[in-house]
Design a protein around this ligand. Structure first.
Ligand SMILES: [Zn+2]
Length: 316
């Protein structure tokens, strides 16, 4: 990869750089959009999408719908950083998007906003058409342990994602404002985040590939019989999620503020059980303890990001 993203003069080229590839099925069906690298330090999902495209490409006769693979924050991806000036995955608020659409490209205040404008040129015509859209935002995390999906607790989301049997996290979307899945859902489609594993690991890639195929089969996008390795993907996925809770509710988020010097205690993995009062992290004001019982989620082991950790609990 180039070290610095060239500011291409040509608007069309800049937009095209976001497209990893697409496969148009010969039968009617939903438009499945998989995006990765919304955070630039999370390129693993891009390799997963490339693998999925490779498998799907020769199968267009059997495909019902259209698959599009996208890259998120190209500038941040080139710089291997979560974002350049501001978190791109907190900008998808209706009013901010409207401002980004109205502002000429050169006048946008940050690089990350330019990236959003480029993506909107691709996404708006799809999301605001009468096509049925399923939008999967692939992420990885700095800690370790399992995989999960952040999704609204709505029947059409839950029905589809239950086929994957990965843990579903409800309610986090209310504390993470401006994610791109919010933009897709507001337009009446299915949109969710799929957190597939630790940054840069082979497991995170394999989890994403297996998850995407099981999802596409569940959607009727492609028959399982057309995928040589479907039973392999399925068994692999089921093995990986054994022992994890299936549905959990958001309970608590530790917000990191400027100058806190937050350090997560070592050794926490996703879904480790914690009890109220357990010592979880430290900042310059002292020890940070668990405010409630539950499972720990997304403990932060990297410098960029404002969410120290989450606590979730089994749904009642
Ligand atoms: Zn991310």
């Amino acid at each position: 990869m180039e070290l610095v993203r060239q500011e291409k003069e040509n608007h069309t080229e800049r937009i095209a750089d976001h497209i990893i590839g697409e496969v148009n099925g010969q039968n009617p069906g939903p438009t499945v959009i998989a995006i990765a690298g919304m955070h630039g330090n999370e390129p693993t999902g891009i390799s997963a999408i490339e693998e999925v495209l490779e498998v799907l490409s020769p199968l267009s006769e059997s495909i019902h719908g259209r698959f599009i693979g996208l890259k998120g924050n190209l500038t941040a991806l080139y710089e291997s950083t979560r974002f350049v000036d501001e978190d791109m995955n907190r900008l998808w608020v209706t009013s901010i998007l409207d401002k980004i659409r109205r502002t000429p490209y050169e006048e946008l205040s940050t690089r990350d906003r330019r990236e959003v404008k480029e993506l909107l040129s691709i996404l708006d015509p799809i999301v605001f058409s009468d096509q049925e859209v399923v939008y999967i935002d692939l992420h990885t995390f700095s800690g370790s342990g399992g995989m999960f999906s952040i999704t609204p607790d709505e029947s059409r989301h839950v029905e589809l994602l239950s086929q994957l049997k990965i843990p579903l996290i409800f309610g986090i979307q209310h504390t993470l404002i401006g994610t791109s899945m919010e933009y897709v859902e507001n337009a009446g489609h299915i949109g969710f985040a799929f957190e597939t594993g630790t940054h840069g690991t082979e497991a995170a890639k394999e989890n994403a590939v297996a998850g995407l195929f099981v999802l596409m089969v569940s959607l009727g996008f492609i028959p399982a019989t057309k995928l040589d390795k479907f039973s392999e993907y399925y068994t692999y996925l089921m093995d990986r999620i054994e022992g994890f809770p299936h549905k959990v509710d958001f309970q608590y988020k530790h917000v990191i503020e400027e100058g806190d010097e937050f350090v997560m205690n070592k050794g926490f993995k996703n879904f480790d059980p914690v009890q109220k009062g357990d010592w979880l992290a430290t900042d310059r004001h002292g020890r940070i303890t668990a405010q409630s019982d539950g499972y720990i989620l997304m403990p932060l082991y990297q410098s960029q990001g404002n969410d120290g950790f989450f606590i979730v609990r089994d749904c009642e």
